[in-house]
Every structure is written in structure tokens, then in C-alpha cells.
Design a protein around this ligand. Structure first.
Ligand code: IMP
Length: 427
């Protein structure tokens, strides 16, 4: 049995796209299990750069079947334009399948996302504005529209009759804006439904069959553990479950079928959007990391907040995801610093805190306790084994693994697929 989940261990943007792309070359199937086009992966193949938001980056490998699971929220217009732009670059999307149970991001979800953010003033979450939260809200409150409804015009019509009075009540009554008409929505979405119909199926059957047949299946998490709606820094979170359990609920696969969980972590920490961030560096080192690591959002272009590696966060991620291995990314970015720091614990009111706090009020008072290690320099991108790295870089990797209690199975030393050290094969 070979079903591997890849999760982000921090606040997203850890470099999961590269790891997924790398492992997709060996995988028979890649399955996305949550989130939507709020995510963004930049994948470099040779010298070509691909930015993907919704379609699993496995699509870039020749024969991999790519699945958008039931836990994902799908903006049909975005999906179609991503399919078109891949086709323009000679990449077939025939191997793509979309769950009939995945919820659809409707035009009013995008409007509500913006209205809700505006109404929060300086307490806004800093969402990507893609309609993610309102779509998941409707899913849970049973006002959602699923892919199966979208591709069946009678079902879409019946659902809209039920949903629109409620949605327009919010848009008009609460926010004082003009609502949406059924005709307007159907006119926009009917051509999208026609285009996507043949891709929509019961993907739980496909994924379970693949695992049962001994195929290599990769579950691709978007965002990261600290953006998880349950386990993240609530309310500064996304509305889905990026943690490993989400791979089961978001695809219709039982936990007994998962063989490994690989946590992707940057060698430092970044965050976009608002919310507490104990190791944030509001200084020239933070700026240096941002520039050198090109820390600007794939989806929104926003500059990311940067800070030292937070091992309290990684230990927490190891626990809530049951990590079996760590992929340590951007080690090359830290090259050139005299010293590097790892946050090993927090301090609040003079007391040492070892476990990541559930309450963000407490988190915002946490001061990092650092361990300082000697830095390293030089170009790491040619390293293909740990022995090729400078001694201090190796010491850093060993120390991270020791503090977190999880072996490092992959080290990334550059953006390209080839610029990677694999110490333990994931499949
Ligand atoms: P939403 O997912 O658009 O609702 O945004 C909620 C929070 O999650 C905001 O702070 C976003 O910046 C953050 N977020 C959503 N997707 C990503 C991602 O792919 N990487 C990093 N942060 C994200």
C-alpha cells in the first residue's frame, strides 16, 4: 500500500508544489483534498515556470491521473482557464477528474468574501478574496451547490431557487448591495457546466481503486497546518482542513489506507495575511530572507512576512498530522548568514511554553526562545547528498530533526526539481 499525504507544516507557501511535482513523477495518481484557488504553486520544470492554483501540479507529469477531491471548492471559471493555459503550453488535461461532491464557488461567494472582509475593518482576516470562506460556509450550512448540481441544469435551477433568497437576503439586507438573479448566474455558468461535465465523477471510487490496486497515490494538501480551520491560528485561518485528516474526509478514503505523511517546512517561517507570528523578523534579516527567498504570494503577489524557523510550530504540526518525515525547503535561501536561529520554545509571563497555544491571545504574547547555530555560505544548489552540504548546514538539518522529533527525508537546495537531496524515498 502506497498512499502518501503531503502537508504544509507552517502557514502555507512552504514549497509543497515542488515536493508534489517531484513525487508526482513517481506517483500514478495525485489527489487534491481541500482548499481552492486560494492556493498557488509555482513549479519549475527545466527553465519553464508554471503557476497552478487548482489543478494538482501532478498534471505536469506525463501519465499521472490528477483528481480534485470532494473537499476542494471549485471555481469553474478558474478551473477552465487553468486547463486552457496548460493546453496552450502543450500539456494535456485529459487525465483530470473532479469529484461530483466538490462544492462550487459561485459568483456570490466571491462578492460575499469581499463584503465580509470590508465589514471587518482593521480586524479583517486578509483573505485571498476568492470566495473560499463563503463557499465552505454554505457547504456546512447546507446551502451549497456541488459539481453534480452544476452539471445538471435541473438540479442547478432547483438549488438556486432555494439558495438565492438566502444569499440575496445577506447581500441586500446585511450589506446593502445588489443581489444576484438566477438568469444571470445560469447564463454565466451553463457554458462552464458544459465544458466540465465529462470531467465530473465519483472520485472516491477512483482513488480507493488505485490504492487497492497497489498504485502510488499522492495526496496534495494546500495551505498549511496553521491555516487549518480546526488546528490553525483561528480566526486567522482558511476555511478547510489542510491537516492530514483532511486527506481522508476530502477524498473519501479511510485513514487505514494512508501509509505516510510528509510535512513540508521552510528552513525559516513565512506568513501572509494577518495574525500573530512569534518569530517574525521586522528587520533587515527579515527583508533579506524575503528578497533572497522571493517571498511574494503566487496567488495575490503580496509580500510575505518572514521570520526564523519555529520548531514549536513544527512539533505541533508533527503531532496533529502524525508526520513520518520532513521535507526541509529553501535551505539555500539561508546560505550567507553568519548565524541562524531556531525557536525551540516560547516564553509567556516568564514561563516557558513548549506546546503551541490554542488561543491566539496567548500566542500573540509569546516571545521566542532561540537556539543560535553557526551559519554557512556558498551555493548549495549543486548538492545532491547531505555530504555535499557545508558542515554547518548539515548540523542545522540534524538539529531541526532532533528538536521536532521527525526524520528529514528531503532537503531542497533550489527551485528546480533537480536541486533536491532525497535521503529516504517517500514511496
Ligand atoms: P482564504 O483562504 O482566502 O479565506 O484566506 C484565509 C487566510 O488564509 C488568509 O490569511 C490567507 O492569506 C491565508 N491563505 C489562504 N491560502 C493561502 C495559501 O495558499 N498560502 C498562504 N496563505 C494562504
Amino acid at each position: 500500500m502506497s498512499a502518501v499525504v503531503v502537508v504544509g507544516t507552517q502557514w502555507g507557501d512552504e514549497g509543497k508544489g515542488k515536493i508534489i511535482d517531484l513525487l508526482s513523477a513517481q506517483a500514478d495518481m495525485v489527489v487534491r483534498y481541500q482548499g481552492g484557488n486560494n492556493a498557488g504553486h509555482t513549479v519549475k520544470v527545466d527553465d519553464e515556470e508554471f503557476k497552478l492554483h487548482l489543478i494538482p501540479s501532478g498534471i505536469l507529469s506525463d501519465s499521472t491521473v490528477c483528481v480534485i477531491g470532494n473537499g476542494v471548492v471549485v471555481d469553474p471559471g478558474v478551473l477552465i482557464s487553468e486547463m486552457d493555459s496548460l493546453a496552450d503550453r502543450g500539456i494535456s488535461t485529459d487525465r483530470l477528474q473532479v469529484s461530483d461532491k466538490a462544492h462550487v464557488i459561485m459568483p456570490y461567494h466571491k462578492a460575499l468574501d469581499k463584503l465580509q472582509e470590508e465589514s471587518k475593518g482593521d480586524r479583517k482576516i486578509g483573505t485571498t478574496g476568492r470566495g473560499i470562506g463563503p463557499c465552505y460556509t454554505d457547504k456546512i450550512s447546507r446551502y451549497g451547490i456541488r459539481m453534480a448540481d452544476l452539471v445538471d441544469s435541473r438540479s442547478l435551477s432547483a438549488r438556486l431557487d432555494l439558495v438565492l433568497p438566502y444569499v440575496n437576503g445577506l447581500i441586500e439586507g446585511v450589506y446593502g448591495q445588489t443581489g444576484f438573479t438566477k438568469d444571470q448566474i445560469v447564463a454565466e455558468m451553463a457554458p462552464q457546466a458544459d465544458r466540465l461535465r465529462s470531467f465530473v465523477t465519483d472520485t472516491s471510487v477512483l482513488v480507493n481503486d488505485a490504492i487497492d490496486a497497489g498504485q502510488k497515490v499522492l495526496f496534495e494538501g494546500a495551505q498549511g497546518t496553521l491555516l487549518d480551520v480546526d488546528h490553525g491560528t483561528y480566526p486567522f485561518v482558511t476555511s478547510s482542513s489542510p491537516t492530514a485528516g483532511g486527506a481522508c474526509t476530502g477524498t473519501g478514503v479511510g485513514p487505514t489506507k494512508i501509509s505516510k505523511v510528509i510535512g513540508v517546512a521552510k528552513a525559516y517561517t513565512t506568513r501572509v495575511g494577518a495574525g500573530p507570528f512569534p518569530t517574525e523578523l521586522n528587520n533587515e534579516i527579515g527583508d533579506w530572507i524575503r528578497e533572497k527567498g522571493k517571498e511574494f504570494g503566487t496567488t495575490t503577489g503580496r509580500p510575505r512576512r518572514c521570520g526564523w524557523l519555529d520548531a514549536v510550530v513544527l512539533r505541533y504540526s508533527a503531532r496533529v498530522n502524525g508526520l513520518t518525515g520532513l521535507a526541509l525547503m529553501h535551505l539555500d535561501t539561508l546560505s550567507g548568514l553568519d548565524q541562524v536561529q531556531i525557536c525551540t520554545a516560547y516564553e509567556v509571563d516568564g514561563k516557558r511554553v513548549e506546546n503551541f497555544p490554542g488561543d491566539i491571545q496567548v500566542l500573540s504574547q509569546c516571545r521566542p526562545v532561540y537556539e543560535t547555530l553557526e551559519g554557512w555560505s556558498g551555493d548549495l544548489s549543486k548538492a545532491r547528498s547531505l555530504e555535499d552540504l557545508p558542515e554547518n548546514a548539515r548540523k542545522y538539518i540534524d538539529r531541526v530533526s532532533e528538536i521536532v522529533g521527525v526524520p528529514v527525508c528531503i532537503v531542497s537546495v533550489g527551485g528546480r526539481r533537480s536541486e533536491t537531496i532525497i535521503t529516504e524515498e517517500p514511496f
